[in-house]
Design a protein around this ligand. Structure first.
Ligand SMILES: Nc1ncnc2c1ncn2[C@@H]1O[C@H](COP(=O)(O)OP(=O)(O)OP(=O)(O)O)[C@@H](O)[C@H]1O
Ligand SMILES: Cc1ncc(CO)c(N)n1
Length: 274
C-alpha cells in the first residue's frame, strides 16, 4: 500500500546539517579538503569547502603547493555563507600569514562554532604553513576558535611548551587557551602508549583515551578528527560530547586504515559502512 497522495509530488527531503571546511587540497585524497568532506559525509552532514591551497601530494610526501589568491578565498566563503549557510566550520592548511588573517577576519563575523586545526607540517614532515604565519595564528585565528586542536609539534611551535609525557599536557593546553580559543584539545597521538588527548576550557578537563593502533596508515588523522568534531557540533551536540564522538570515529578510521602507494596510507572514512 502507498500513502502517497496522487499528484502531490515527492515528500520533502530532510536537509542535513551544513558544515564548511576551509583548507588545502590533498591530491592523494587522504588528508586536507578530501578527508574533511569524507568525514562530514560519513557523519551525516552536507560538507562544503573553501579551498585555500592546492598540494601535489601522495603517500610519500608533498611534491608541490600553490596558494589561491585571497580574492578567490573570500569569494568562495561568501558564496557558501550568504546563500547556503553553515552550522559549523573547520579550518586546516592556511599556508601563509595573509591567508590566516583573511580567514580569521571572515570567521570573526560568523555565528557558528569554529574548529581550528592549526596545521603546521604533514605526516611526512613537509611544511604546510609558512614560519612567519605563526604569529597570525596566535593573535588572529586562535581567538576566534571554539575548539583549537593542535598536535604536540604544533603546541611546541605555538607556545614553546614541549610535551614528552601525559603529565605535560595540562600546561600545554593552558598555554593554548591563553591565545583565546574557548576550548583546547591537545592531541597526544605522537606520544607512546595509548593515544590520549586532553580537552579543556580551563575549568573542565576531559581525558580521551583510546588504544594505540599500530597501523602506519594514519595519513589525515588530524583533519578527520577536526572535521568530525565540526560535524557533531552541527548536529547540535555540546563540545565535550562532540569531541568524544569524534575521537571514537577517528579511532575506528585509524584501525581500518589501508595501504595505498609506497608510503603512509589513509585512514578509512567509511569504516562504519563496511
Ligand atoms: N596510532 C594511533 N592509534 C590510535 N589513535 C591515534 C594514533 N595516532 C593518532 N591517534 C589519534 O588520532 C587523532 C589525531 O591525532 P594526531 O596527533 O595524529 O593528529 P595530527 O598529527 O594533527 O594529524 P595529521 O597528520 O593529520 O596532521 C588523535 O585523537 C590521536 O590521539
Ligand atoms: C592539504 C593538507 N592539509 C592538511 C594535512 C595534514 O597533515 C595535509 N597532509 N595536507
Amino acid at each position: 500500500m502507498t500513502t502517497d497522495t496522487p499528484g502531490a509530488g515527492p515528500a520533502p527531503t530532510a536537509v542535513p546539517p551544513r558544515v564548511l571546511t576551509v583548507a588545502g587540497s590533498d591530491s592523494g585524497g587522504g588528508a586536507g579538503i578530501q578527508a574533511d568532506l569524507k568525514a562530514m559525509l560519513a557523519l551525516g552532514t552536507h560538507g562544503m569547502s573553501v579551498l585555500t591551497a592546492v598540494t601535489a601530494q601522495n603517500s610519500l610526501g608533498v611534491q608541490g603547493a600553490w596558494e589561491l589568491p585571497l580574492e578567490a578565498i573570500r569569494a568562495q566563503f561568501r558564496s557558501v555563507v550568504d546563500d547556503i549557510g553553515v552550522q559549523a566550520v573547520k579550518t586546516g592548511m592556511l599556508a601563509s600569514p595573509a591567508i590566516v588573517e583573511t580567514v580569521a577576519s571572515l570567521l570573526a563575523d560568523l555565528n557558528a562554532p569554529v574548529i581550528v586545526d592549526p596545521v603546521g607540517v604533514s605526516k611526512h614532515g613537509d611544511a604546510l604553513l609558512a614560519a612567519d604565519a605563526l604569529d597570525a595564528v596566535r593573535t588572529k585565528l586562535l581567538p576566534v576558535a571554539t575548539v583549537a586542536t593542535p598536535n604536540l609539534d604544533e603546541v611546541a611551535q605555538l607556545t614553546g611548551v614541549r610535551v614528552t609525557t601525559e603529565a605535560d599536557m595540562p600546561s600545554a593546553a593552558a598555554a593554548i587557551l591563553e591565545f583565546g580559543p574557548r576550548w583546547a584539545l591537545v592531541k597526544g597521538g605522537h606520544l607512546r602508549g595509548d593515544a590520549v588527548d586532553l580537552l579543556t576550557d580551563g575549568a573542565e578537563e576531559h581525558w580521551l583515551r583510546s588504544p594505540r593502533h599500530d597501523n602506519r596508515h594514519t595519513h589525515g588523522t588530524g583533519c578527520t578528527l577536526a572535521s568530525a568534531i565540526a560535524a557533531h557540533l552541527a548536529h547540535g551536540m555540546p563540545v565535550p560530547e562532540a569531541v568524544a564522538a569524534a575521537k571514537e570515529y577517528v579511532t575506528g578510521a585509524i584501525e581500518a586504515g589501508f595501504p595505498l602507494g609506497a608510503g603512509i596510507g589513509p585512514v578509512d572514512h567509511a569504516w562504519r559502512w563496511r
